[in-house]
Design a protein around this ligand. Structure first.
Ligand code: DQA
Length: 145
């Protein structure tokens, strides 16, 4: 079985640490990548940690995960709320999918209360800050082991 966990990040998350730190905190995406890689390694897994501002690129990575990935952790960022293409791509993936949001989206604007990705996700994290990635990864390892 593949030991690779895909961790996919959508638009504007490249600015994590600089972007609205009062909402998203001061850790960078590189910090999150390092934390996840170390956690995965301890558990005998590897991560492929990726970010794009382009919807089609995320669809392509989900297709890649169909071949190489045991599971997908995804923070689709704004695409969460309207991307049928990402939902359709995730529906072609057989392994577990965990959706992560750094902020507590249900406490925010009403357009953030809708998630197309949640129609596929096996679990959803929201409001745990960047710690949500580590929690999602631990749960992913637990499911896959
Ligand atoms: C987010 C929440 C989304 O509503 C927003 O568009 C993001 C980040 C989060 O991690 O809290 O870009 O997915």
């Amino acid at each position: 079985m593949s030991k690779m966990i895909y961790i996919l990040n959508g638009p504007n998350l490249n600015l994590l640490g600089k972007r609205q730190p009062e909402i998203y905190g001061s850790d960078t995406l590189e910090d999150v990548d390092k934390t996840c890689a170390a956690l995965a390694q301890e558990a005998g897994f590897t991560t492929r940690f990726l970010q794009s501002n382009h919807e089609g690129q995320i669809v392509d990575w989900i297709h890649e995960a169909r071949e190489n990935g045991a599971g997908i952790i995804i923070n689709p960022a704004a695409f969460t709320h309207y991307s049928i293409a990402i939902l359709d791509a995730l529906n072609t993936f057989d392994g577990p999918v965990i959706e992560v949001h750094i902020s507590q989206v249900h406490k925010r604007e009403s357009f953030r209360h809708t998630s197309y990705v949640s129609m596929r996700a096996d679990a959803v994290m929201a409001g745990f800050g960047v710690h949500g990635y580590a929690l999602a990864l631990r749960h992913m390892v637990h499911i896959l082991d």
